[in-house]
Design a protein around this ligand. Sequence first.
Ligand SMILES: *[C@@H]1O[C@H](CO)[C@@H](O)[C@H](O)[C@H]1NC(C)=O
Ligand SMILES: *[C@@H]1O[C@H](CO)[C@@H](O)[C@H](O)[C@H]1NC(C)=O
Length: 387
Amino acid sequence: MASNCDTMKNKLLGWNCLITCAILLSAALFIGSTFIITECKEKVIGCEMVEAFRMRIPRSMCEDECRPEGSETLPRGIVAKTSDLEMHPLWGPPNKRKSKSPMSLLAMAVGIKQKKNVNEIVNKFPHTDFVIMLFHYDGLLDEWNDLEWSTTAIHISAINQTKWWFAKRFLHPDIVAEYAYIFLWDEDLGVENFHAGRYLSIIKEEGLQISQPAIDADISEIHHKLTAREEGSRVHRRTINIKGPGRRCYGDSTEPPCTGWVEMMAPVFSRASWRCAWYIIQNDFVHAWGVDFQLGYCAQGNRTTNVGVVDSEYLVHYGLPTLGGAENEKSSLEQGTNPKQESSPNKMGLPESHPSDARNANWKDSRIDGKKLPEKINVGLIPFSGL
Ligand SMILES: *[C@@H]1O[C@H](CO)[C@@H](O)[C@H](O)[C@H]1NC(C)=O
Ligand SMILES: *[C@@H]1O[C@H](CO)[C@@H](O)[C@H](O)[C@H]1NC(C)=O
């Protein structure tokens, strides 16, 4: 439009064009703001997304429209949109926090069989800086009472549900809005070489919105080379895999799992990335395989730089047959399929059974043979068939 205007030699015609420009511009603005307001009416979420554009339309126009659904008749000022997981004493002043830095949250799906290990993990997270939330999938809560931290932790129980079921229902972004980082971890992780405080300062410094501690490849199963610990490194964001089995990754690969990717056994989300990731978790997810490949959308910008693996604080992944294994065996037997095969994609176009997740095949095999799990399960890199 502007360039057209510039080329006009005729003065009169120039004026005409200017007027046309002005009319078109105001029409566009009008349509734009109508669109925005309709969006606002429809959803508060929609409103957040157009936050950036809101500056362009008069404030009062949107303020009423953007109030959370159901709160429109309430006096302005009493609407509390977000909350937290703080416990309050029945009487007296609220508990005072010792830490000045914002709190973070550790949420884990646990069963009593992993009590010892879960205790070790929780003890790595200082209670001054972390809220602990346990999702009990075996319904056995009382057995945890003897642990020192148990009374200050939040316990939620639902039989045979996975981490994703709990997270969708109990970690709504508005409820966990207080927490700087959300650790959504499995229970079968070895934390001997992990320090939560150092981990937090590294991801802050490096600007990692989505991260995970590296996995010690010597004694853990590694599904993708990207998550394996690189000795002597602090953080890595890509891997190169030219000749090994599995997905080929080169120095300039831009796709997960070569870069911009973490695995789902120990992800750590920033507040903003969790707000996004929560929407990816579908209501009917059980294992959430395939979610890892979608998380780049939640990286708050360039996933190549904002997603990474912390090498200096690392974990062992035991790959124990906890809930995930048993459940997968059941469902794959029911479907008459091998866990390694892709089943029909769900509505997100994700395979129900992640082709790259070999843990389940391993567990299944070891059970069929009636053998105990091998001490070291190194299944190598399983060919990635792509999504
Ligand atoms: C939970 O899952 C296990 C293993 O599949 C099964 O044996 C048990 O009956 C289930 N419990 C309930 C209450 O569904
Ligand atoms: C993302 O960051 C990488 C590494 O800094 C850079 O090479 C790439 O061009 C960036 N991508 C975009 C879309 O900005």
